[in-house]
Design a binder for this molecule. Structure first.
Ligand code: HEM
Length: 144
């Protein structure tokens, strides 16, 4: 990602934070439309999860220019997600849900350039999360 793209995601993340309700509602609607099986992975009441997701997306977008810290955080998040039922197909559905959430929160501010910058950011997050899930030992399978 270019420094300009990093600026764009950080700037639009501030707007996403202010419009968290629109962002997270559109996000989960698109996620479950594209990947209905995922609904059963989450609690019936999504209120807390919507806030956690939005906070994490905003946080990652704002710290992305500190690349090393950002990747470490995404890898740890990915390691926790192994127990949550996250698969590589799932990460594609989440990518499209992210864009739907951004469209709802940003409206006309989601220009083609801003959308591309977020796609770039999400690709790095998803790869780091999958990587974190792969390399971290699974405590459930540990044998003495
Ligand atoms: C394949 C894609 C994904 C699936 C199936 C998934 C699923 C889940 C599930 C089932 C939980 C636990 C909910 C609960 O019972 O409390 C969770 C928690 C969480 N997810 Fe995801 N998730 C995915 C991708 C992501 C992505 C891309 C992000 C952010 C960039 C994210 C951020 C979070 C956060 C912040 C939590 C709160 C708990 C924690 O930090 O470990 N998830 N996710």
């Amino acid at each position: 990602m270019t420094p300009e793209q990093l600026d764009e995601v950080a700037r639009s993340a501030a707007l996403v934070e202010r419009r968290a309700e629109s962002f997270s509602t559109a996000f989960y609607e698109r996620l479950f439309a594209e990947w209905p099986e995922a609904r059963g992975l989450f609690p019936a009441d999504l209120t807390a999860q919507r806030a956690k997701l939005t906070d994490e997306v905003v946080f990652l977008a704002e710290v992305a220019s500190d690349f090393d810290g950002f990747v470490v955080r995404a890898r740890e998040l990915g390691a926790r997600h192994r127990g949550y039922g996250a698969t590589s197909h799932g990460y594609e559905a989440v990518g499209s849900a992210l864009l739907a959430g951004l469209a709802a929160a940003l409206g006309d501010d989601l220009t083609a350039g801003v959308a591309d910058a977020w796609r770039g950011l999400y690709r790095i997050i998803a790869e780091a999360m999958l990587d974190g899930a792969r390399v971290t030992p699974d405590p459930g399978r540990a044998r003495g």
